[in-house]
Design a protein around this ligand. Structure first.
Ligand SMILES: *Cc1c(COP(=O)(O)O)cnc(C)c1O
Length: 355
């Protein structure tokens, strides 16, 4: 075995349940961008939908189309578009599209017909400055969408924005800016059923930001978006466990190589990092491309399972521990496990059917 990423679908189902209960009656839109933060988009999508998520969000149209073509029937939201984006494909696959600018609206309208109208979610910039209509452009965007809707070419499904999560103060400001944009749209006669603003952080902590749906990403994978509380502290479970084996490569006394390196997602440049080998915490000495040198007691046998990260509270390091040791966020630890590492999906056992 080189490295293996075990994806625990019972943990994912648990997390989706916790998040749904927390934000109800708002719905959970699960962010499965970046191949579901490295966990596997298609597999995560099916368990999330079976566990209470009502819609899915990706970055770009092709990922949404891939989900639709695999048989996913729920609302699919994609918001990152460039001049080369295939709006025809998006419209024909009933993809909900984030719209930040008039040019996008025009392209979507051209791809639409009365039989198959484009489904749009208008985006207001509430301070993140990472696209979204600026407040001075907002009435024009809303008015343009309304006239396309009156012609039957689009349906205005949503109004949305994204919070910077820089500080609670910034978020409060952004919620106010969002409410102001909704009020302007309302005056212009546009009242969509899907108002969505928050991701994991504000969705968890700020009831005012929940509206009709919360776009949860990282928290669903069991990782906290906060500095002051862990995923475990939020009652969440780790979804990904990264394992490998003890290597037979010769190592200096008191050291052993393990069979995963930075090409398998072991972060390079972490300080004071540890792995669990046969249930014991062992310090990481140095990380190479495909192996890592660890400080190991002689008692460890060659068959011992090595856990780089996994479920906190079971004695193994967590992805959040690695994030701290590496000066990054847990998102980067799990998303950084490359595709070449095999995923093993441990699925929830389906309930026995009675008839
Ligand atoms: C990534 C993303 C999310 C999910 O964010 P988390 O912080 O991982 O919960 C939600 N909305 C948008 C627009 C995103 O880009």
């Amino acid at each position: 075995m080189s490295a293996l990423a075990i994806i625990d679908h019972a943990a994912l189902a648990h997390n989706v349940g916790v998040l749904s209960a927390r934000v109800a009656p708002a719905e959970v839109m699960l962010a499965v961008k970046a191949d579901a933060y490295g966990h596997g988009m298609h597999e995560i999508a099916s368990t999330a939908l079976a566990s209470g998520a009502s819609s899915l969000a990706v970055l770009e149209i092709p990922a949404a189309v891939a989900l639709r073509e695999s048989g996913v029937d729920c609302q699919l939201f994609a918001w990152l578009h460039g001049v080369g984006s295939d709006f025809e494909s998006a419209v024909s696959h009933r993809i909900d599209l984030g719209v930040s600018a008039l040019w996008q609206l025009e392209r979507i309208a051209r791809a639409s017909s009365r039989e198959t109208p484009g489904r749009v979610h208008l985006k207001i910039d509430t301070g993140l400055h990472r696209n979204g209509a600026l407040p001075e452009q907002w009435p024009e965007l809303v008015t343009a969408a309304r006239s396309l809707a009156e012609r039957g070419l689009v349906t205005i499904e949503g109004i949305w924005s994204h919070l910077a999560d820089a500080s609670p103060d910034d978020d409060a400001h952004a919620v106010d800016a969002y409410a102001a944009a909704l009020a302007i749209a309302d005056e212009l006669g546009v009242r969509p059923t899907m108002r969505h603003l928050a991701a994991s952080s504000a969705g968890w902590r700020e009831p005012r930001a929940r509206y009709d749906a919360v776009r949860f990403g990282i928290a669903a994978y069991g990782i906290s978006p906060f500095d002051d509380v862990t995923g475990q502290g939020m009652g969440l479970r780790a979804v990904m466990t990264l394992q490998c084996a003890v290597s037979t490569d010769e190592a200096p006394a008191g050291r052993r190589w393990i069979t995963a390196g930075y090409a398998d997602g072991v972060p390079l440049g972490a300080r004071d990092a540890e792995v669990s080998i046969g249930g014991e915490r062992c310090a990481v000495d140095s990380v190479e491309l495909a192996r890592t040198l660890t400080v190991v007691p002689d008692s460890i046998d060659d068959e011992a399972i090595v856990t780089v990260f996994g479920e906190p509270g079971t004695g193994v390091p967590s992805a959040e521990d690695w994030a701290r040791w590496s000066g990054t966020i847990g998102d980067e630890i799990v998303t950084g496990v490359p595709r070449r590492v095999e995923r093993r999906h441990d699925r929830v056992l389906s309930a026995p059917t009675t008839s």
